[in-house]
Design a protein around this ligand. Structure first.
Ligand code: BYC
Length: 312
C-alpha cells in the first residue's frame, strides 16, 4: 500500500477506537513518539524505586516494612511491563537503558527530590502514586495496544499504593505533635513536585498536539492536573493537613483554583539540576553494572535449555 493510503487506514483505526498492534503499519513519528513516552514512563517506574527504597530498612514496623517492600517491588514490575511493551516497537532494552544513562531519555522530574523522613513514604504513595493513577487511568485508553494493556494492570496496583501512602499520612496525623509536623512537612515537599508530574501547561506542551491526534494521550496535561487537585485537596483537609498554597480556593463549580507552579524549578530539574538527579542516575548505573553477571547467567541458562530441547 502506498504511504498516504496506509496513513488513512491508520488514522481511521484510531478514530474508530481500534487499538494499533505491534505488527500493524504505523507512521514512524507515531512509533518514535511512543518509544520516547513509554520508555520515559518505564524509567520513571524504576528510578522511582530509589526514594522509597531508601526507607525499607528503616521502616517503623515489620508490617510497614513488608508493605513498602512489596510496593517498591511492584514499581520495578511496572518498569518491566513497560520496557517489554516498548520493545514491541523495535527497540532493545539495552538501547533504552543506554539513553537513560547518557541523559538522552527523561524520567519523571518528581523522583529527583529527596525523601528524608518516614512521612515522605506516605507523601510519595498518596501524592506521587495518586497523580500517576490519574494519568494512567486515562492512558488505559491509549491507542497503542501493548501500552494500554500494561496500564490496566499497573492501575490496579497503583490504587493500593495510593491507599498505603494515605494510611501512613492519616496515622501520623493522629499521632504526636512531632508526627503531625513530620507529615505536614512531607506534604509540603511533595505537593508541588506532584503537580509538576502532569507536565507543562497545555499551551507550552509541544508533544500534546500529535499525542491527542493519535490518541496516545486522551486528556491534556492541565485537565489531568485539575482532576488530581480536585480529588486531593479534600483528602488533605480530611486528615488536617494544610494546603501549601496561600491562594487556593474552592470555586462554585466544585473545582479548586490554585497558584501557578514554579515552572523555572520544573525546567531546571528536568535539565538535570534537581537535588538528586546526579545521585539517581549514578545509583541506577551502578546497580545495572552490578547486575551484569545476573544477565549473563540468565542468557547462559536459556541457551543451555534451548540446546537441551533441540537435542531431546
Ligand atoms: N518529568 O510536551 P510535553 C510512578 C517533558 S511513575 C520529566 O507535555 P508529553 C511511580 C516531556 O517528556 C509514573 N519530564 O510532553 C513510580 C517533554 O520532553 P521530551 C510516571 C517531563 O510527553 C515509582 C517536555 O517535557 N508516569 O507512578 O506530551 C514510585 C514537554 O512536555 C515531565 C508517566 O511517565 C515530567 N513531569 O507529556 C511511585 C506517564 N513533564 O520528551 C510512583 C506517561 C513533561 O520531548 N507520560 N516532561 O524531551 C506522560 O503521560 C507524558 O509523557 C507526560 C508529558 C504527561 C509526562
Amino acid at each position: 500500500m502506498e504511504n498516504s493510503k496506509n496513513l488513512e487506514v491508520f488514522q481511521a483505526k484510531i478514530d474508530a477506537e481500534i487499538k494499533i498492534e505491534p505488527k500493524d503499519w504505523m507512521p514512524d513519528e507515531y512509533r518514535q513518539h511512543l518509544i520516547r513516552q513509554m520508555s520515559q514512563h518505564a524509567h520513571s517506574e524504576v528510578i522511582g524505586m530509589q526514594p522509597e527504597g531508601n526507607w525499607i530498612t528503616r521502616s517503623p514496623s515489620l508490617r510497614a516494612r513488608k508493605i513498602l517492600m512489596a510496593k517498591v517491588q511492584d514499581e520495578g514490575g511496572h518498569g518491566l511491563y513497560l520496557y517489554c511493551a516498548t520493545e514491541t516497537l523495535g527497540v532493545t532494552r539495552e538501547q533504552l537503558i543506554q539513553w537513560l544513562h547518557e541523559g538522552k531519555a527523561k524520567y519523571a522530574s518528581v523522583f529527583n527530590y529527596p525523601s528524608p523522613t518516614w512521612a515522605d513514604m506516605g507523601a510519595i504513595g498518596w501524592l506521587v502514586d495518586g497523580a500517576a493513577i490519574v494519568n494512567q487511568v486515562s492512558l488505559q485508553r491509549t491507542s497503542y495496544g501493548p501500552y494500554s494493556r500494561a496500564m490496566v494492570r499497573i492501575c490496579k496496583e497503583e490504587s493500593f499504593h495510593q491507599r498505603q501512602g494515605y494510611e501512613i499520612m492519616a496515622t501520623l496525623m493522629e499521632g504526636t505533635a512531632e508526627q503531625k509536623k513530620m507529615a505536614q512537612e512531607a506534604f509540603e515537599r511533595w505537593w508541588w513536585p506532584s503537580l509538576m508530574m502532569f507536565g507543562p501547561h497545555d499551551g507550552d506542551s509541544p508533544r500534546s498536539s500529535n499525542a491527542m491526534k493519535w490518541k496516545i494521550k486522551r486528556e491534556t496535561n492541565d485537565d489531568l492536573r485539575q482532576q488530581f487537585i480536585d480529588k486531593t485537596i479534600p483528602q488533605a483537609e480530611l486528615i488536617g493537613l494544610k494546603i501549601p498554597d496561600a491562594n487556593y480556593k474552592l470555586l462554585e463549580n466544585g473545582s479548586y483554583e490554585t497558584s501557578d507552579i514554579d515552572w523555572d524549578e520544573f525546567w531546571n530539574v528536568i535539565k538535570g539540576n534537581g537535588p538528586c538527579n546526579t545521585q539517581r542516575i549514578k545509583q541506577h548505573a551502578a546497580a545495572h553494572d552490578n547486575g551484569q553477571w545476573v544477565r549473563e547467567a540468565a542468557i547462559a541458562y536459556n541457551e543451555k535449555k534451548e540446546q537441551q530441547l533441540k537435542s531431546a
